[in-house]
Design a protein around this ligand. Structure first.
Ligand SMILES: O=P(O)(O)OC[C@H]1O[C@@H](O)[C@H](O)[C@@H](O)[C@@H]1O
Length: 292
């Protein structure tokens, strides 16, 4: 079966060998196995911590959690009751159907609408759809946000991000091209000094990195001697590069030394807020391609 719907997760299988698994909880992709143009053998491209909870008790430490409607701690008054990174990664989504099932792509759609538990902490009406498409060497994830409010209601203001944990040796990986971009350095203790300009042609994560690059180009290469993933994003104007290094030891669900096994490269709309008038839809798209 190219698409296997189980109680709490979906398994996608591409006829040429790639596969992906996603939980209904958080619409979190927890595995993407893909070959590349130069290496046909499907290999795992995402990192999931050995200590991650996969039972819906807390957001998954790894894979691709969906961040909506706030990134980090809430800063918008409408998000005040939400936790870090919002609720999309910790609510159970609904399987809405198969979008495509052929060699070009095996594709499904999940949706999320306000539930009693969401409405208790977030009052705005919305409809989210998440379309996940598996191709021979690619995984596409498209987030559709609709403001379902009445025409008289104010625009929806939100942030959204795809929190990719890319499996790679973090001491060898570089992320390009980020040179010349303004970024917000969340590791900088002095608030006044947090806005910086990237001077490096190749950004490594050999030290604690938590950088929010603004107005980034949208296409990034995540390269190590044994792995290369291209991240292509549309409408996610910013990109976060995160690796906690030893700070990761303070994260309860991080496996020992887990930070040596991934880099997070996260396209998002996170500097400021996307503004969506009533009745309209915003679509943020991402394509991950295995190049090596
Ligand atoms: O522990 P969480 O909520 O999954 O967040 C992990 C990291 O996510 C990154 O996107 C943030 O920039 C970091 O500041 C944060 O630590």
């Amino acid at each position: 079966m190219p698409i296997d719907l189980q109680t709490d997760k979906l398994v996608l299988q591409h006829p040429k060998g790639a596969s992906a698994e996603l939980l209904l909880y958080g619409a979190t992709i927890i595995s993407w196995k893909s070959g590349s143009v130069t290496n046909a053998q499907p290999t795992e491209r995402l990192f999931v911590s050995g200590k991650a909870a996969l039972d819906g008790s807390k957001p998954v430490r790894g894979g691709i959690p969906v961040v909506f409607p706030c990134f980090g701690a809430p800063t918008h008054p409408e998000h005040a009751k939400l936790g870090q990174h919002g609720f999309a990664r910790s609510e159970t989504w609904t399987f809405d159907g198969i979008v495509m099932d052929n060699e070009a792509g095996v594709s499904i759609r999940l949706t999320l609408e306000p539930t009693a538990s969401i409405a208790a902490k977030y009052e705005r009406p919305f409809h989210l759809a998440y379309v996940v498409t598996l191709a021979e060497h690619q995984l596409s994830t498209d987030l559709h946000v609709k403001n379902t409010g009445l025409s008289t209601s104010p625009p929806l203001e939100f942030q959204a991000l795809l929190h990719n944990y890319i499996r790679v040796n973090s001491s060898e990986v570089v992320v390009t091209p980020l040179k010349g971009l303004t970024y917000y350095d969340k590791t900088e203790p002095d608030e006044q000094l947090r806005t910086k300009v990237e001077a490096r042609g190749q950004v490594d994560v050999k030290k604690y990195t938590d950088f929010v690059y603004q107005n980034a180009p949208g296409t990034y290469e995540v390269t190590s001697p044994t792995n290369k993933i291209e991240v292509r994003a549309v409408n996610f104007k910013d990109v976060v590069v995160w690796n906690p290094q030893q700070e990761g030891a303070k994260i309860a669900d991080m496996e020992d030394g887990g930070w040596e096994k991934y880099v997070c490269v996260e396209p998002g709309y996170v500097h400021g807020f996307a503004t969506l008038p009533a009745g309209e839809t915003w679509v943020g798209q991402q394509v991950l391609s295995a190049k090596l």
